[in-house]
Design a protein around this ligand. Structure first.
Ligand code: BGC
Length: 768
């Protein structure tokens, strides 16, 4: 029985409870009966660390099932499968003593270059939201908590703790918040994690508007709001915004909070509220009953997921499936050493790992041999290529496994471009000169340039398909599995076609979301920009017929018939074009979808009901959602191929006699003025917790300038993108991870501001 109520705790105890008790543990307080909970990454498998805790995927973690990443799962277009995956995650979490799974992540893939795209579902808010809600429901089925992340508008890894997303309200609501809204309202997650970045000048973690007003106020979220690891910048502002728990443990944060309350900058009642939400969470977290985990069964399920995710992008003249006994040369480093997950905080230590080579040995084709073909780090090795060409000459068919190396898709850095390493495409060219059938299997977590695909007869996108992805790929190659995935992001023809291409990496500090709502297919399709493979696209080994489509004002229905010779799945997609009278190019947007599995010759009636998100547009002047107008409703097999259209009129159709905006007018109107100079006009910069390392060079203390210089040097010795992330980190972030207490933190700032010896004394002796 608790001995005290929250109000009866003294202020310093209360403030201690606003930060974790360790790297992965929330706060605890026996007096009020609050037990600590264990939080753990992540979205496609658990990363439970028994030693060397860190948030970057460095070091070891306990084995757990590595399921396909979110990008792969979204390509299944099967939310029931997503929910099941969540349930498997929840079960493993309970077994491993984890109370909260830090996932799913559902940031929008604004640019295919974002290094963490593999961890996110889609470029589309509706698809992302539906999947996130399904994962949440699955994870929470046994009581384990899910924590959706990163709220909000986090779409670049470079400088993720620094940049300010400048985004208009309509784009914010429709593109970047709708997914979270769906996940919150339909999934009812126990927790939400704030993002590192700023939105329109305010850190998400300090944003009262995002957390208190929108998340809690408008969407009715009553759970826990947690910071990203080290993502609390201003303690008082964070609590005022409605954030309940700072993670990981920060040694100086209790003193900051206490000082803020004493000085009147923070209302103590808000501290009490944050603790009460933690208490509620802790009560719920400790009710979960763990059961034994059948790891083999989990691995089999991971394989089932992978089988549903793979997307067949090209299949000329029935190149696939391979015939029984077909003589295959298996080429490519990825065939034997699979690329099955991304790097960073989501890194899982898998319980098992298959590969295409081993799986092919026991399959229906004749494996002539394997050749590595290339180095995955992109370095040239002519001997490997020669060996591959020699092997290929002795086979009928070449299966070439290409992809991105481990260092190319990771947290904290973005990709330099969309290309595969040149050694891989060069090998494809050499192999194609042999004139044999080539099937390419692509392993990567995001979009790559596929301008080389005229050299292959078939192309399978295997994504990062988890620990049992090899078996799934061989299943598709041999026809044991009929591919049923559809792209959850567009494949542009050229990188320059991406709507935010010229501005995405332009500034370290500001990110103008000038393309607004025109993200991915919502840009390519209405503007008629050709793409390599459209959003929603994917082939099957069977064919479908769509008849008797009707729209009754509440839903759309269609009869789908499998007219091919084998069982397969169709994905019926509903797109709606909202009345946006002011835009010259108004996009059609995904508003529903249904995957249906049918035996050869079978048919089914598929009904997609309209929901709260079907008919709505953010009304900028009124500052609310509006529904009235005439909507075009279309059913299709991808975002460009429709077999049925109709019109639905909601309310009164508003008249519009203004001037329509072209895309370039719309884009230019959203560009913000150049950044102000960072150097102080006169005098020296006074370092505070929010000062970035880069700016320490403007401070008085030699130690500050030395620190800035070292970090720049460190940065220069590595990847340029990584360097950017490093030098723009706010001081508070560094001090937290250096485990400084409040006196040491104060001493550090004093040393930076010129009082070297006084500061040093505090840092060493930890006393005032
Ligand atoms: C990531 C989060 C992750 C956390 C803990 C952060 O760097 O952004 O997604 O949950 O670390 O590992």
């Amino acid at each position: 029985m608790p001995k005290k109520s929250i109000e009866q705790l003294d202020l310093s105890t209360k403030c201690r409870l606003l930060t974790g008790s360790a790297f992965w543990q929330s706060a605890e307080c026996a007096d009020i009966g609050m037990q600590s909970a264990t939080l753990s990454d992540g979205p496609h498998g658990l990363r439970v660390q028994d030693r060397m805790p860190n948030h970057l995927g460095i070091g070891t973690s306990c084995p757990s099932t590595c399921f396909p990443t979110a990008a792969a799962m979204a390509s299944s277009w099967d939310v029931e499968l997503g929910e099941e995956l969540g349930a498997y995650l929840g079960a493993e979490a309970a077994f491993m003593g984890v109370n909260m799974v830090l996932g799913p992540g559902l940031n929008i893939k604004r640019s295919p270059k974002c290094g963490r795209n593999f961890e996110y579902f889609s470029e589309d808010a509706y698809l992302s939201g539906r999947f996130a809600a399904a994962y949440v429901q699955g994870i929470q089925r046994n009581g384990t908590a899910a924590c959706i992340k990163h709220y909000a508008v986090n779409s670049r890894e470079r400088g993720r703790m620094v940049y300010d997303c400048r985004v208009d309200e309509q784009t914010l609501r429709e593109t970047y918040l709708t997914g979270f809204e769906i996940a919150v309202k339909e999934g009812r997650p126990a927790a939400v994690m704030t993002a590192y970045n700023k939105v329109n000048g305010t850190y998400c973690n300090s944003s009262r508007r995002l957390v208190n007003d929108i998340l809690r106020g408008e969407w009715g979220f009553d759970g826990l709001v947690v910071s990203d690891w080290g993502g609390t910048y201003d303690k008082a502002a964070s609590v005022r915004a409605g954030v309940d728990l700072e993670m990981p443990r920060c040694n100086f944060s209790p003193a900051e909070a206490e000082e803020a309350v004493r000085s009147g900058r923070l209302d103590e009642r808000l501290v009490d509220i944050a603790i009460s939400r933690q208490l509620k969470f802790s009560e719920r977290a400790h009710m979960v009953r763990a059961k034994d985990v059948d790891w083999q069964e989990h691995s089999r399920f991971a394989r089932r997921c992978a089988e549903n995710c793979l997307v067949l992008l090209k299949n000329e003249k029935g190149a696939l499936p391979l015939a029984v006994g077909e003589r295959v040369a298996l080429i490519g480093d990825f065939a034997r050493t699979p690329r099955y997950q991304g790097a960073g905080s989501s890194l899982v230590n898998p319980t098992f790992l298959d590969n295409i080579y081993d799986e092919m040995l026991g399959s229906s084709v004749e494996l002539v041999g394997f050749a590595r073909g290339f180095r995955r780090d992109g370095r040239h090795d002519p001997a490997l290529a020669r060996e591959a060409v020699k092997l290929a000459s002795s086979a009928d068919t070449i299966v070439l496994c290409m992809g991105l190396g481990e260092g190319m898709e990771l947290e904290s850095a973005d990709r330099a471009d969309l290309c595969l390493p040149q050694v891989q495409t060069a090998l494809l060219n050499e192999l194609s000169a042999l004139g044999k059938k080539i099937v390419v299997v692509l392993s990567c977590g995001g979009v790559v340039d596929t301008s080389w695909d005229d050299k292959c007869a078939a192309l399978i996108h295997a994504h990062l398909a988890g620990q049992s992805g090899g078996a799934a790929v061989v299943g598709v190659l041999t026809g044991e599995v009929n591919p049923s995935g559809r792209l959850a992001e567009s494949y542009p023809l050229r990188e320059e076609d991406v709507p935010c291409h010229e501005i995405y990496n332009k500034h370290a500090y500001k990110m103008d979301y000038a393309e607004g709502i025109y993200v991915g297919y919502k840009y390519y399709n209405p503007l008629g920009i050709p793409v390599k493979y459209p959003f929603g696209y994917g082939l099957s080994y069977t064919d479908f017929e769509y008849t008797d489509a009707v729209c009754d004002g509440k839903s759309v229905s269609v009869t789908v018939k499998n007219i091919g010779a084998r069982r397969g799945a169709a994905v019926v997609q509903l797109y709606v074009r909202a009345p946006r009278a002011e835009l010259e190019h108004s996009p059609s947007e995904l508003k529903g979808f249904k995957k249906v599995f049918l035996d050869a010759g079978d048919s089914a009636r598929v009904c997609i009901p309209f929901d709260d998100y079907t008919f709505r547009v953010w009304d900028m002047p009124a500052g609310c959602w509006k529904e009235e107008g005439s909507y075009l409703v279309a059913l299709g097999t991808d975002s460009r191929t429709f077999f049925f259209t109709d019109t639905v009129v909601r309310g009164r159709v508003p008249a519009f006699d203004g001037q329509k905006l072209t895309f370039s007018q719309y884009f230019s109107a959203r560009l913000s003025p150049e950044e102000p100079k960072r150097k102080p006009e006169k005098g020296r910069l006074v370092a505070g917790m929010l000062t970035e390392i880069y700016d320490l060079k403007y401070c008085k203390g030699t130690v500050a300038r030395l620190f800035a210089w070292i970090s720049r040097m460190y940065g220069r010795s590595r990847d340029e993108l990584l360097a950017h992330s490093m030098v723009h980190l706010p001081i508070r972030f560094i001090l937290l991870f250096m485990k400084f207490n409040e006196v040491q933190a104060e001493g550090f700032l004093e040393a930076c501001n010129g009082s070297f010896f006084r500061g040093l004394k505090k840092m060493i002796f930890k006393k005032r």
